[in-house]
Design a protein around this ligand. Structure first.
Ligand SMILES: C[S@@+](CC[C@H](N)C(=O)[O-])C[C@H]1O[C@@H](n2cnc3c(N)ncnc32)[C@H](O)[C@@H]1O
Length: 246
């Protein structure tokens, strides 16, 4: 491990102060080139949400993280953005909106940040568990929540690790504004059924599908991530579950 990589790891480790382990996947992948590590070092400090704000006390107004922007800007939150292709796409589509993304995998965070020359004003990131941020946010403060291709944890004994769970759905419902939107996708059939069943059990969410074809139909203007495209090439069918916060 080179010194920069060890710095980045220190950041991640120091962020994980929870008695409760909530990130189960990998945080570090292949060793990164020096240029990528420099990107991380130059952009992450300006973009990351200060850890001292993440008290998980539901008091953090997300708009306060963007003091130079209009308070009325729409707030999008992506959980586990991978290499951030979808977040990039959203930022291009809605340049006046605000974006928060959480991704504990350092190589994913770096792949995302390398697309920026300077830190964008309307973006904040967290290189750890998304729940640390979500539990810190005020009630009804997020407009759109995205959970794209979450880790499937196929073994029954690992189902409790799934990000779409009864417990986490209460948090998602709390932070979403009434009328807000939550999008979940997966190409794992059993996980799609699980996510749908779990979400429908929560009375705060309404599934917006009108016909049986809806859950295999991408939302308007959809861009598939590399992950989704690889799944399609392997013959898997992507499901798109769109819910409204009642
Ligand atoms: C299968 S990948 C999908 C990546 C991306 N959403 C896509 O569709 O290409 C799932 C991602 O969720 C991230 N993840 C897992 N647990 C998480 C958590 N508690 N908070 C935030 N991200 C998490 C993983 O690091 C991984 O990058």
């Amino acid at each position: 491990m080179n010194p920069s990589e060890s710095d980045a790891r220190t950041h991640t480790d120091s962020a994980t102060t929870h008695p409760k382990k909530r990130v189960y996947g990998r945080r570090l992948g292949r060793p990164m080139h020096a240029a990528r590590l420099r990107t991380l070092e130059s952009l992450l400090p300006a973009l990351q949400i200060p850890l001292e704000l993440l008290c998980e006390d539901a008091k953090l107004d997300p708009a306060s993280l963007f003091p130079n922007l209009k308070n009325s800007a729409k707030i999008h939150f992506e959980i586990g953005f991978g290499s951030g292709e979808h977040l990039h796409y959203l930022m291009k589509e809605f340049p006046h909106d605000i974006f928060i993304g959480a991704e504990p995998y350092i190589n994913g965070m770096t792949a995302f940040l390398k697309e920026f020359e300077t830190p964008p004003d309307n973006l904040r990131v967290h290189m750890d568990d998304a729940l640390m941020v979500l539990n810190s946010l005020e009630d009804h403060s997020v407009d759109c929540l995205y959970i794209l291709n979450p880790d499937p944890w196929p073994k029954s004994r690992h189902h409790k690790r799934r990000i779409v769970s009864e417990e986490n759905l209460k948090v998602f419902a709390r932070v979403l504004k009434p009328g807000g939107m939550m999008l979940q996708t997966t190409d794992v059939d059993e996980l799609a059924e699980w996510m749908l069943a779990q979400t429908l059990q929560n009375p705060d969410f309404e599934w917006l599908a009108e016909t049986p074809a809806d859950w295999v139909t991408p939302p308007n203007g959809w861009m598939a991530t590399r992950y989704e495209t690889k799944g399609k090439q392997a013959g898997r069918v992507q499901k798109y579950l769109v819910f409204k916060r009642i």
